[in-house]
Ligand binder design. Structure first.
Ligand SMILES: CC(C)(COP(=O)(O)OP(=O)(O)OC[C@H]1O[C@@H](n2cnc3c(N)ncnc32)[C@H](O)[C@@H]1OP(=O)(O)O)[C@@H](O)C(=O)NCCC(=O)NCCS
Length: 198
C-alpha cells in the first residue's frame, strides 16, 4: 500500500453521480437514512444522533489524512443526497490487513437503480489509478445479499476461507461473521477496459 497522502481531487464524477466531500446540508438526510431500519439491517446501529454526526466527521478527517473517504453521493440531475460510497483504510486488525476497503450505503428510496455499483466503480478506479493500490477489499455480514450483489457486479471475488469474525462487533452479535471480497488491480485492469481517469 502506498502510505503517501493521495493526490487531492475536488470530486469524482460518474454518468449520473457526483462523489464529493461532506457538506453540512448532508447531515439531515444522512441521519434520516441512518435511522431507517432497512438501511441499517446489516450494520451496527448508531447509539445517538451525535454518533451519526461523528461518523460524518470521521469521513472528513479520513479525507484530510489520506485523500479519500466514504464520500457523499449527490445526484447530478437534481442535487439529491443519495448516500455514501468510497474507500477507507480498514481500521482494525484482521488476516487481510493492512488493506483499503470499498464501501457504500444508499438511502432506501434510491435502491435498485445501480447507484451503489456506479459510485463504487468510480471509487475503485480512483484507488487503483491514483492511490496505486494493488488490491481493494469489501466486507459485509453474510446475510447482506444486496451488498454482496454489488460486490459481484464490481467483479470482486469471494473465497470462503477469507471469511472472518469482525473484531469490532460483539461476540454474540449475528453481524460478527463477515464475508470478505477482494479485487486485485491486475484483474480489474483487464476487466475495466473502458475506464477513464477522474
Ligand atoms: C447494498 C446497497 C448499497 C445496494 O445499493 P443499490 O444502489 O440499490 O444497488 P443495486 O441497484 O445495484 O442493487 C443491488 C441489489 O440489491 C437488491 N435490491 C435492489 N433494489 C431493492 C429493493 N428495493 N429492495 C430489496 N432489494 C433490492 C437487488 O438484489 C439488486 O441486485 P440486482 O440489480 O441484480 O437485482 C443498498 O441496498 C443499501 O444501502 N443497503 C443498506 C446499507 C448496506 O447494507 N450497506 C453495505 C454495508 S457492507
Amino acid at each position: 500500500m502506498n502510505d503517501a497522502v493521495s493526490p487531492r481531487v475536488a470530486l469524482l464524477e460518474t454518468p449520473r453521480l457526483i462523489l464529493r466531500p461532506w457538506l453540512d446540508r448532508d447531515r439531515e438526510p444522512f441521519a434520516r437514512m441512518s435511522t431507517d431500519s432497512r438501511v441499517m439491517q446489516h450494520l451496527l446501529p448508531f447509539a445517538s444522533p451525535e454518533a451519526i454526526d461523528a461518523w460524518i466527521d470521521r469521513q472528513c478527517a479520513h479525507l484530510e489524512a489520506h485523500g479519500f473517504c466514504l464520500w457523499a453521493i449527490e445526484s447530478k440531475a437534481d442535487g439529491d443526497f443519495i448516500g455514501a460510497a468510497g474507500l477507507l483504510r480498514v481500521g482494525y486488525e484482521a488476516h487481510f490487513t493492512p488493506a483499503v476497503e470499498v464501501g457504500w450505503r444508499v438511502a432506501q428510496r434510491f435502491w435498485g437503480q445501480g447507484y451503489a455499483p456506479e459510485a463504487a466503480a468510480c471509487a475503485i478506479r480512483f484507488g487503483f489509478e491514483h492511490v496505486e493500490l494493488q488490491e481493494i477489499v469489501a466486507n459485509t455480514a453474510a446475510a447482506n445479499r444486496n451488498s454482496r450483489r454489488v460486490m459481484e457486479k464490481l467483479g470482486m471475488s469471494h473465497a470462503a476461507a477469507d471469511d472472518f469474525d469482525h473484531p469490532l462487533v460483539p461476540i454474540e452479535n449475528l453481524l460478527r461473521r463477515q464475508v470478505l471480497y477482494r479485487l486485485q488491480r491486475d484483474r480489474w485492469s483487464v476487466r475495466d477496459t473502458t475506464s477513464r481517469s477522474p
